[in-house]
Design a protein around this ligand. Structure first.
Ligand SMILES: [Zn+2]
Length: 224
């Protein structure tokens, strides 16, 4: 497939993912953002447009240095990239295996983030994040280089992290898996919230989580 055609497919997919996170209640209004790696940079959802109104040509094509690629798409639309594009770029630069990033404010995950709490291994499925917890990065002002650095450092080699007083970021090899991760993490955050409401959940120890993750690898389970 030609590069131009690949980018058209990615633009359509980003709009679909935006509509999906909106439908699932993971974002309200214009909050949240999504991106996909392109051969010559990244494609990122625009700032200030609701997902219901977003069209494929509103998606912004940028080079990794932040320069906006004005092609025939941009002649039709003059959108600005999401204010979190620095975060997306920093993650693509730090993580060569990552091809898709989804940032949302889902209610249960964001409740933990508001409290500055990580999501621990209260269920074996937490292993799908390629770690034993979803850690919480420290608060930094949205859209800043400082936020990007805090997220890259806290996430490490995992596939997700929370951000204090903010929300959730999931990274994957494709947009479908980034959405799947977001859905699973939000479900586990809800489970943690429910368990804490009637008791104190115990946490699965690191040795057992290592076994779980090895088994996930063996059977090729979960988002990648
Ligand atoms: Zn946000």
């Amino acid at each position: 497939m030609l590069l131009q055609e690949q980018n058209v497919v990615r633009r359509r997919r980003l709009v679909e993912i935006g509509q999906e996170i909106s439908r699932l209640g993971f974002v309200k209004g214009t909050a949240g953002n999504a991106s996909a790696r392109a051969s010559d940079g990244l494609l990122v959802t625009p700032s200030g447009i609701t997902y219901a109104d977003m069209k494929p040509n509103d998606v912004v094509h940028m080079k990794m240095d932040g320069e906006i690629c004005y092609g025939r798409w941009m002649a039709q639309s003059h959108t600005a990239p999401s204010s979190e594009w620095h975060l997306h770029r920093a993650l693509y630069e730090a993580r060569p295996e990552v091809n898709a990033i989804l940032h949302t404010h889902p209610p249960f995950s964001t409740t933990l983030a508001v409290l500055g709490k990580s999501l621990p291994a209260i269920h074996y499925l937490i292993g799908i994040v390629n770690g034993n917890e979803v850690p919480c990065a420290p608060y930094r002002t949205f859209g800043t280089k400082e936020l990007s650095e805090a997220v890259v450092e806290t996430m490490g080699s995992r596939r997700a992290c929370l951000v204090d007083h903010h929300g959730l970021i999931a990274v994957a090899s494709n947009l479908h898996d980034a959405l799947e991760l977001t859905i699973q993490i939000e479900s586990l955050a809800e489970l943690y919230w429910r368990a804490c409401a009637i008791g104190t959940p115990t946490i699965i120890d690191d040795d057992e989580m290592e076994r779980v993750r090895a088994k996930f690898e063996e059977i090729n389970y979960g988002p990648k």
